[in-house]
Design a protein around this ligand. Structure first.
Ligand code: HEC
Ligand code: HEC
Length: 365
């Protein structure tokens, strides 16, 4: 008897280095899965464009059957013969359709009247291409409409506002996010306070947050300037310490409060505050306002002097940074975008900034 042929042990009798080939049937669930998969693939193959064929064979089969079963070296799929979908009809482009596309803003059309539509019959890529073309068409219409509308009107119109906001995501990311952050939240740079950028999502404005003003800021840019020592060379470092303490411990915490005339209504009993306020009214109030609430309180929407009473900082609210700001001054530059970005793009960005959270309806009275 041959020693490698042991019957009834569930093997085929083949053995390689101790590994035996067994005769077990695959599990039923697996077999069903296999047949289901096979059926699906077969149907898919017949229904959709699939089977490749060389071009000679293609034209032979097409001429024998008299039906265009193969195009571009693959089968069209039987759905192409039963379905009324334009992808299967093999229509030609008409001049009317081409003119309509051109009117929608497609300038680089490669098709001409008489060209066959959907050469490859249905493919996922063709369908996507045509869907994209449709979306582009809607987009071109909306872009043309945006060009004629004011920022206020865009914001008031639900559809156009949503459209502008959708378009603004990439524009903001490409042009503004590097400084203002991807969500417009700005940054306070602790190590280099001069490289801090304002938050655009709050209602704390330096120059104003109504639509026309935002457009002006974006188009013309801003050059803010806090002069060293507020422009008063006679300030001593002791004066600067007093002013910084007044801002840090007083105005920003609410322990010192000023009325519209620059009179201390709270904190007057603190001698440092009282002395600092005299200096403040003399040197700083012209820009930062008598009550410390910033240049916008003076009805000045071009200086961008910060509000000290809201706890929101442009460069940093720790005592050392405040002293540094007063001593050396600051020069924040918002770049000019007019000329680099077209008017419609600037409007779209203005809608975004306005809608980020703190948009004002109109210039304050
Ligand atoms: C000519 C107008 C002007 C005068 C005068 C002026 N400032 Fe300013 N100040 C500004 C502007 C503008 C900014 C914002 C600068 C920027 O954004 O680049 C600023 C910013 C500041 C900041 C930064 C606040 C923050 O949020 O980080 C401090 C602190 C400050 N000023 C204090 C003073 C003090 C104290 C005086 C008076 C000694 C003074 N300023 C006088 C225009 C002025
Ligand atoms: C190179 C950095 C930089 C880029 C890029 C930049 N900004 Fe600015 N932006 C600034 C600075 C700095 C300020 C504040 C100027 C100041 O007062 O010191 C500012 C201020 C603003 C303000 C005024 C906010 C207020 O409180 O009044 C708006 C609005 C604004 N930017 C929008 C934009 C938009 C929209 C873009 C993109 C098109 C953009 N910025 C790109 C640096 C930048």
């Amino acid at each position: 008897m041959s020693d490698h042929n042991a019957p009834n042990d569930g093997s085929t009798g083949h053995e390689w280095d101790g590994i035996r080939e067994l005769t077990n049937k695959p599990p039923t669930w697996w077999a069903w899965g296999f047949y289901a998969g096979l059926t699906f693939v077969t149907c898919y193959y017949i229904i959709y464009p699939s089977t490749p064929l060389n071009l000679k064979m293609q034209s032979a089969i097409n001429s024998i059957t008299g039906a265009e079963m193969f195009v571009h070296g693959h089968s069209k799929g039987i759905m192409s013969m039963v379905n009324g979908n334009p992808y299967y009809k093999g229509e030609n482009w008409t001049q009317e359709e081409i003119s309509a596309l051109e009117a929608k803003g497609f300038s680089e059309l490669k098709i001409k009247a008489g060209d066959r539509k959907y050469l490859d019959a249905w493919t996922a890529i063709n369908e996507m291409r045509d869907d994209v073309a449709e979306i582009e068409g809607v987009r071109a219409d909306n872009m043309a409409k945006l060009a004629t509308m004011s920022v206020e009107d865009i914001i008031a119109d639900d559809n156009m506002r949503q459209f502008a906001l959708g378009r603004s995501v990439v524009l903001f990311g490409d042009n503004c996010a590097a400084c203002h952050g991807s969500g417009g939240q700005g940054t306070l740079n602790k190590n280099h306070p001069g490289e801090s950028f304002p938050n655009l999502t709050d209602d704390d404005w330096l120059f104003g947050g109504w639509p026309a003003k935002i457009v002006e800021t974006i188009a013309d840019g801003r050059q803010a300037e806090m002069p060293p020592k507020g422009g008063n060379d006679e300030l001593t470092s002791a004066d600067i310490d007093k002013l910084a303490t007044f801002i840090h411990d007083g105005l920003s915490t609410g322990d010192a409060e000023l009325d519209e005339d620059g009179v201390l209504t709270k904190g007057a009993d603190n001698p440092t505050f009282a002395a600092a306020n005299d200096l403040y009214q003399e040197t700083c109030a012209g820009c930062h306002a008598a009550n410390g609430q910033g240049s916008m309180k003076n009805g000045d929407f071009d200086t961008g002097a910060v509000n000290f009473t809201d706890g929101i900082w442009r460069f940093g609210g720790d005592l050392a940074t405040i002293k540094e700001t007063i001593t050396n001054g600051r020069k924040g530059t918002m770049p000019t975008w007019g000329g680099r970005l077209d008017e419609t793009t600037i409007k779209i960005l203005a809608v975004r900034v306005h809608q980020m959270g703190g948009g004002m309806d109109a210039e304050p009275e």
